[in-house]
Design a protein around this ligand. Sequence first.
Ligand SMILES: NC(=O)c1ccc[n+]([C@@H]2O[C@H](COP(=O)([O-])OP(=O)(O)OC[C@H]3O[C@@H](n4cnc5c(N)ncnc54)[C@H](O)[C@@H]3O)[C@@H](O)[C@H]2O)c1
Length: 350
Amino acid sequence: MKFHLVSGACGFVGKNMVRRLYHTTKDTIICIDNLLVGTHPSEWLGLPKTGQIRDMEVFGEDSRVLFLKEDFRNTVRYMLENDRYFQDQYGLEFEKFGDVYHFAAIVGGRLTIDGDPMMVALDLSIDAEFFYWATRHMPGRVLYPSSSAAYPVDLQTESDAIALKESDINFKKMGEPDMTYGWSKLTGEYLAKIAAGHYNLKVTCIRPFSGYGEDQNLTYPIPAIARRIARRENPIEVWGTGRQGRDFVHIDDVIDCIQLAMNHIHDGTAINIGMGRLTSFIEIIEVLMDIAGHKAEIKTLTDKPVGVFSRYSDMSFVKEKLGWEAKISLREGMERMYKAALEREKQNAN
Ligand SMILES: NC(=O)c1ccc[n+]([C@@H]2O[C@H](COP(=O)([O-])OP(=O)(O)OC[C@H]3O[C@@H](n4cnc5c(N)ncnc54)[C@H](O)[C@@H]3O)[C@@H](O)[C@H]2O)c1
């Protein structure tokens, strides 16, 4: 049995990864999250709390999910002082971590990225301290999530909308990424490459495009739009003109691709995770309205921040290297989102 470490475990991607690891392995998962954005495991894990070791909560009859509410930078500092921190403090028995999934980050939606760029820049410190520790501890494998926001923004304009290829980020000839968020991800990618090349750490680096899923919080566009439609609002509000587009990819597909990539890519090379399809917000609204049998006007809110005009992936490198393609179509994903929004509305009404 291995011990895995998941930072930012209670956020959107983290909780989906923790559940996947719990249900598909016999391993123990140590989850760290300061709950700045994430929610407590009792809300999403679907397992009973079965114990407590000091400040660590234990979940599941087999005690395989362990949760610490902590700033991950503190955890990293404790582990740097004592490489056997978890063994000595919590009586756990293992040598090294198997997989380390580093999801702790200040992400937020467009409002945070544009509205508080210095807060997002804290990701630089989270990532730098993380990689420093990882090159000392040398866990089995490391997952570093970069982002599509690392791509040069001048390739994402209305007049120059292209499917973004991994090679469009070139460290010898840099473009400007999307705000401090994209900048921190570029730096993280650079550190990932150095960790792999200079220290021989096995690092897998991903650039997810716009992940969505049933348990994503309402600051993200798809759950927010699905809710408006489940409430049968009229008009349906959309930020900007709604003509701006993204590459929406369901979280189940993202987790599948991460797991496959971790088995095959260890040198820090970053890969796209998307559907390879540009979808506008108007199209999302139309698909959801069609599923709901609801016809409403669309009201554009042009004073809201919208980011770049077009952001979508060219998935040919991933298809060639890993033989992977997203399985969940836009229609199926929106059906799931609509059903989840309806259920949420029903629960709120009770
Ligand atoms: N969701 C996507 O589609 C997407 C796309 C591209 C990249 N990513 C990247 O994947 C990672 C996870 O994204 P997400 O969507 O789950 O974001 P999220 O905001 O839902 O989750 C991040 C989690 O980290 C926690 N956190 C923040 N600072 C922390 C700290 N100092 N110590 C401990 N925990 C801390 C938050 O409480 C939150 O639970 C991020 O690095 C993000 O940039 C996600």
